[in-house]
Design a protein around this ligand. Structure first.
Ligand code: ADP
Ligand code: MG
Length: 302
């Protein structure tokens, strides 16, 4: 009902390279989705496929529950997947007016869109005089001219200075608040953390995680602990289902035990006392998305 886009087992190969590998995910209306992955992980290829500019090798996708064909459906999609390219000698307004003509929509919305991206006072400035950030904002205004159901952005802040980055992120949040679904690709974890509520993490074209950003951050966390008899503590922790991974490297002062379900420090302490272990150290920590991302992307070497 509120499904905007569904991908099912999409694969794309370029010769021996598998750019996208059996990728499935769903985009629901009203959320901000991030496709997060290092360079070369298949983000742009995935966007190209659903925008019909790249042919998938296998698998399928459908827009809006397949109620209309892809060509029709894409008229309700706004996308910026390349560096913004407008006529340099034309003003911001003139460029958008041309886009309106091509898209066959009224020019009456131009000022509104320019205002939204903070360029209304520059509407009569030539595109050639714009900074990269302004060009990117103009591209967003352009993509919004036909009031799309979803806005797709590929690395929207690449190459921008900190202020430009901040402006773009604020604009994306504003557009999302107005009810437009957003799908953005980024290799920047903090961008996804700041802007998105859902994330699909890719590595080498494969999905490592898909779900709410908060679930990734709020995974049950981990505890650092130690006791006089480290070896005994290690064995007890490993034998207990409460911990899904127990790690201690030689240089580590403490044992790190990742929780498989929520548990309070008191419960952990009590459980170990029952096993005859008196802890010398116990600290509960929540793993950041960053740590989890780095962990996810460094595993599964295939
Ligand atoms: P990302 O956007 O995450 O950086 P891409 O989707 O651009 O990743 O690329 C995924 C992989 O596919 C990379 O290994 C890239 O080199 C390869 N690739 C992308 N486009 C082409 C192409 N047109 N021809 C050959 N290989 C490509
Ligand atoms: Mg890319």
């Amino acid at each position: 009902m509120n499904t905007i886009l569904t991908l099912e087992n999409i694969t794309k190969t370029y010769g021996k390279i598998t750019a996208v590998n059996q990728l499935s995910f769903t985009i629901e209306k009203g959320h901000v989705y991030g496709i997060l992955g290092p360079n070369g992980s298949g983000k742009s290829t995935t966007l190209g496929i659903v925008l019909n500019v790249v042919n998938a090798t296998s698998g399928s996708f459908k827009w809006f529950n397949g109620e209309e064909n892809t060509h029709q459906a894409l008229k309700k999609v706004g996308a910026i997947i390349e560096r913004p390219n407008f006529y340099p000698y034309m003003t911001a307004y003139q460029n958008l007016a041309l886009v309106c003509k091509i898209k066959n929509v009224s020019t009456s919305a131009i000022d509104d869109k320019l205002k939204l991206v903070g360029l209304l006072d520059r509407k009569n400035t030539k595109f050639s005089a714009f900074s990269l950030g302004m060009k990117q904002r103009l591209a967003i205004a352009s993509a919004l001219l036909n009031d799309p159901q979803i806005l797709i952005l590929d690395e929207p802040t690449n190459g921008l200075d900190p202020q430009g980055i901040h402006q773009i992120r604020e604009i994306i949040k504003t557009i999302a608040k107005m009810g437009t679904t957003i799908l953005l690709a980024s290799h920047l974890l903090d961008e996804v953390e700041k802007v998105c509520d859902h994330v699909v993490i890719l590595r080498k074209g494969q999905k490592l995680y898909a779900g709410p950003v908060h679930e990734l951050t709020a995974n049950h966390g981990y505890v650092e602990l130690n006791a006089q008899n480290t070896q005994q503590l290690m064995e007890v922790l490993k034998a207990n289902n409460l911990f899904e991974r127990v790690i201690k490297q030689d240089e580590d002062e403490f044992i790190t035990a990742f929780l498989s379900e929520p548990a309070k420090a008191e419960e952990i302490n009590e459980l170990l006392i029952e096993k005859g272990i008196i802890l010398s150290h116990l600290v509960k920590r929540k793993e950041s998305l960053e740590q989890q991302f780095l962990q996810l992307t460094s595993q599964k070497n295939t």
